[in-house]
Design a protein around this ligand. Structure first.
Ligand SMILES: CC(C)(COP(=O)(O)OP(=O)(O)OC[C@H]1O[C@@H](n2cnc3c(N)ncnc32)[C@H](O)[C@@H]1OP(=O)(O)O)[C@@H](O)C(=O)NCCC(=O)NCCS
Length: 330
């Protein structure tokens, strides 16, 4: 098992200022739900939602600036930009291109990863390989979403879950025997229909009809996704520990995609993990897709929950279905 000597030299997040509580959602027109239902079924109490004129890059650049500051580098030091997102400012060009322009980076490579909620760990695997195999020195990896822009605020299945937020990390090569990143395990299964925004692509281009039919909003088969995610999360966690020859006691925190508190609790119980092993901030930020793991990591660093040398296990899963996992030493 090759543990690549790479460290996250800086990390930072940015959540839109506006906070929307469950009660505010319950008071929205044409929506029958309640704070009690949302808390019980998801664990979410509130979420951050972007303003009308706020796009994904607006929060992503703030997160990137914070990550660069922590790493002690400038935009001119970045040699590759990878953004994980399903809500870029435009279908094309990429979110990474906007980041590059707005941070005034050099003419370095920039690419978006579209792997839904699994995107950040897909990006981490890519960054690891670019650093290890191709000698990159400062990769800016971003997970950023404004899912509120594709949420149907009349669909209680989805609007109570998803939210907005961004976080960025600077990945650098480091000394052997200090920090490391294990290989990212990537998986997916062709089940596009269970979590999908039907229109706006080449299958159903934008038309008056597609807008009238609300096809530009995300649709989800919640119960089906729930079942699959529990199984994938459990399998990934077992597999990662086994292939690294570690036990859960070696891991300081499990930082999974912040999906649904019931899913996290269920997996923790099934695997007999001690209470508090899984870090969760879902109650206050909701499901921010590709941004959820780095937002959680940033909060953990700010609170002093992780120190250099700690082992972190991350398992993520999302639309596609896609999934990924990694163990890394902070
Ligand atoms: C969406 C989710 C919270 C629904 O919870 P659930 O316990 O599975 O609920 P069900 O889908 O079985 O629905 C139970 C009932 O609650 C209703 N319901 C759904 N959303 C509701 C809401 N926000 N408020 C009140 N009632 C709601 C359903 O319509 C259904 O009513 P019915 O029995 O009259 O048909 C849950 O399935 C889930 O979290 N799934 C995973 C989704 C996810 O995480 N996706 C992202 C993956 S990255």
């Amino acid at each position: 098992m090759f543990r690549a000597p790479i460290r996250i030299a800086g990390i930072g997040s940015c959540l839109p200022e506006k906070v929307v509580t469950n009660d505010e959602i319950a008071n929205m027109p044409d929506l029958i739900t309640s704070d009690e239902w949302i808390r019980k079924r998801t664990g979410i109490q509130q979420r951050h939602i972007a303003d009308k004129d706020q796009a994904t890059s607006d929060i992503a650049i703030v997160a990137a600036e914070r990550a660069m500051e922590m790493a002690g580098i400038t935009a001119k030091d970045i040699d590759l930009i990878i953004c994980a997102t399903v809500t870029p400012d435009n279908i094309f060009p990429t979110l990474s291109n906007w980041i590059q322009k707005r941070l005034d980076c050099n003419e370095v490579g920039s690419v978006d990863v579209s792997a839904a909620c699994a995107g950040f760990i897909y990006g981490m695997g890519m960054a690891r390989n670019y650093i290890t195999l191709d000698g990159y020195k400062n990769i800016l990896l971003i997970g950023a979403e404004t899912l509120s822009k594709i949420i149907d605020w009349k669909d209680r299945n989805t609007c109570v879950l998803f939210a907005d937020g961004a976080a960025a990390a600077i990945l650098q090569p480091c000394e052997e025997d200090s920090s490391w990143i294990g290989p990212a395990f990537l998986g997916s299964k062709g089940m596009p229909e269970v979590l999908i925004t039907p229109a706006g692509g080449s299958r159903i281009p934008a038309s008056h009809e597609s807008v009238d039919n609300r096809q530009h909003y995300m649709k989800m088969a919640g119960r089906e996704v729930f079942k699959i995610v529990v199984k994938i999360f459990e399998d990934l966690a077992r597999m990662e520990l086994e292939r690294h020859n570690l036990t859960i006691d070696d891991i300081k925190y499990v930082v999974p995609h912040q999906v649904n508190q019931r899913i996290m609790d269920m997996v923790s119980e099934r695997l007999n993990w001690p209470e508090g092993k899984i870090f969760s901030n879902l109650w206050r930020v909701g499901n921010t897709s590709s941004a959820s793991v780095p937002i959680a990591l940033t909060e953990m660093i700010e609170k002093g929950l992780i120190e250099r040398g700690d082992l972190i296990l991350s398992c993520v899963f999302g639309g596609g279905m896609t999934w990924a996992s990694v163990i890394f030493r902070w």
